[in-house]
Each structure stands twice: as C-alpha cells, then as structure tokens.
Design a protein around this ligand. Structure first.
Ligand SMILES: Nc1ncnc2c1ncn2[C@@H]1O[C@H](COP(=O)(O)OP(=O)(O)OP(=O)(O)O)[C@@H](O)[C@H]1O
Length: 315
C-alpha cells in the first residue's frame, strides 16, 4: 500500500510537521503521528510543550512551517473546507453567545459549516449532554459545567468525525469530570475519534486508548496506554516490618531498597517485566537476618509517575 493510501486509513496523519513562530521560536520539530479512527488519543505534555500549536495546525488554524497533515485522507491546507467540516473543536472557554439560548447557539454552529439544518440531530446532542432541559435558557444563566457542555454540543452540531478537546475538564469539579469522561466514552462508541490534551494525567489514565507525550516541541513517545504502563511502570513491594530498622540491612546491596515510615517499612522496587522479580530471594535473605515482617503488598506506578520520569529524563 502506498503511503498516501495508508494515511487515508487514519483519522489524522501527520508527517514532519514543524512550526517556527515569527518570533523565531521553534514550537514543533518534525512531528510524525497517526491517529487511528475511533480511538481516544491523549496528548500529554508540560506547559509550553507545543500541544495547542499541534492541534491548531491539524485544525488548519495555524500554518505549519513544514510538513503535511491529512484529515480523513484530505490535506488540511489544500482542502481546508473539507477537513475543517470533519473536525469538532472544543475550546477551553466560551467567549461569545452569552445572550443566546442554548438551542439557538448550538443550531447556529451547525450552520457555520454549511450543513442543512437537522433539528433531530441537535436534539440528540443536547439530550446526550443532559442539556435538553436547558435548551431555552440563555447561556449566561448556566453554571460553569453546563457552559462546558454547551461548548461540546456546539462542536458536535455539524456531526464531525473527529473531536478535539483542549483541556476538557480544567477547573471543573470531580463529579462533572466523571460525567464528561463517561460522555467521551459514549462518543467513541458512536465512532467519533477523540483527541484530547490534558494536564490531568488521571484523565489520560482513565480514558485514553493511546498516549502521546510531547515536550519541547518533540513527540518523544506514542504508545498504547496499557503497554506503556506495563513497559515503563515499576512495581514496588512494600514490606511492613515487625520492628523498625535504623538502617538498611547489610548484605543486601544489590537490591533497590529504601526505608520508609521511620524505618518501619522496607520498599523494594523491581521490574515487573522481568522473569525473576527477586522477591523470593529477598524475603529469604531478610529471614536469614532475623528481620520479620507483618505485612506485604505491591504498589504499581501510575501514568503520572511514568510521565514525570519521561519528561525529566529528557535532556
Ligand atoms: N503566536 C505565537 N508566537 C510566538 N510563540 C508562540 C505563539 N504561540 C505559542 N508560542 C510558543 O510556543 C510554545 C508552545 O506553545 P503551545 O501553546 O503550543 O504549548 P502547550 O503545550 O499547548 O502549552 P499549555 O499546556 O501551557 O497550554 C510556547 O513556548 C509558546 O510560548
């Protein structure tokens, strides 16, 4: 299959995208990335890493300095109208429409893309987002969480196949955050591809099928979330001791051990992937030294630990 044909199978196909702003600042360096149809892809990165720049280029809002982006097989620069109509973009804030009703505002968004009115679709979107009861309310009278939902409804009004969520749950309460996660999963079930940027790693851990990590304009990693957590995740064994230790026992130099809880807990970090975790041998050696324990449990690292390590280890 030609490169072009393979690319057409992806929702988004990015090749060699770079961006140098007029100030001379290079925000992106030769990014390659394919987003699969129907997946939830989370783009993680520290402040200023280039996430918004990348999304803006995919949406055709920012012009790249080099490289190409295909959306559903169409080039975003050459076929802007087609590609833009396939994309729903949920910005972080609602800046206009305060005096409009929910219904009018969402309906208007559909018209912007030149699509024929379809009130049944607008109703479906509003119901799915629990906004139906509020359809005749002016946007300015809604709570912050409801306004967020209106933003999503507006982005879905023209039936896009790809939805971008820029920090979807920044500043919303826990309950709404969980509702939004639920909603995004439901969207995926209808075949929509979802790309989100987030600072809440918990969000990526909870929802994403794949994760991309961007730092200083470079995409340093793209991986299935589960594989990433298995591959880079470390496991720890926490050993609660019968009597606290003052120092690490002699003769256990080869082990990644630390003392915690004022010496009452011994923590052993091991590679969950390796065949021999070394646990049996460690426990035997502790026994030989008369170190008794009352409890054992294992801890796994979170996506957050993995992310912090990745971004830190990048020179
Ligand atoms: N119009 C611009 N002109 C010059 N530099 C810019 C412009 N827009 C963004 N930048 C710079 O490019 C870099 C990447 O910015 P971008 O907004 O893409 O980062 P981000 O990963 O989305 O960050 P955040 O998580 O803080 O939103 C930053 O250093 C930013 O200052």
């Amino acid at each position: 299959m030609s490169d072009q044909a393979t690319s057409a199978h992806h929702a988004v196909s990015i090749r060699g995208i770079s961006k140098t702003y007029q100030s001379g600042f290079q925000a992106l360096k030769a990014v390659d990335l394919d987003i699969r149809r129907g997946e939830i892809f989370a783009l993680l990165g520290p402040n200023g890493a280039g996430k918004t720049t990348l999304i803006s280029i995919i949406c055709g809002i920012v012009r790249p300095s080099g490289g190409s982006v295909l959306v559903d097989g169409h080039d975003v620069l050459r076929d802007y109208r087609i590609t833009r109509s396939k994309i729903g973009l949920v910005p972080q804030e609602l800046s206009t429409d305060a005096f409009e009703t929910v219904w009018a505002s969402v309906r208007f968004s559909r018209g912007l893309f030149g699509r024929a009115p379809n009130d049944a679709h607008i109703e479906k979107v509003l119901r799915a987002l629990s906004l139906w009861e509020k359809k005749d309310s002016k946007i300015m009278t809604l709570s912050g969480g409801m306004k967020r939902r209106v933003l999503i409804a507006k982005a879905l009004a023209h039936e896009p196949s790809i939805l971008f969520l820029d920090e979807p749950t920044a500043g919303v309460d826990v309950e709404l955050r969980h509702d939004m996660w639920q909603m995004v999963r439901q969207l995926r079930e209808t075949g929509v591809t979802v790309i989100l940027t987030t600072h809440y790693i918990e969000e990526a851990e909870e929802m994403a099928d794949r994760v991309g990590v961007i730092t200083r304009g470079e995409l340093i990693l793209v991986e299935e979330k589960d594989v990433l957590m298995r591959k880079l995740g470390k496991k720890q064994l926490s050993i609660s001791l019968q009597s606290p230790l003052q120092a690490l026992p002699d003769g256990l130099d080869g082990y990644a051990l630390e003392l915690a809880d004022d010496g009452a807990t011994l923590i052993y970090t091991f590679d969950a992937q390796s065949e021999d975790t070394g646990i049996a041998e460690l426990l035997r050696r502790l026994g030989e030294r008369g170190i008794d324990f009352k409890d054992l449990h294992t801890l796994e690292s979170s996506l957050e630990d993995i992310f912090v390590n990745l971004v830190r280890s990048k020179p």
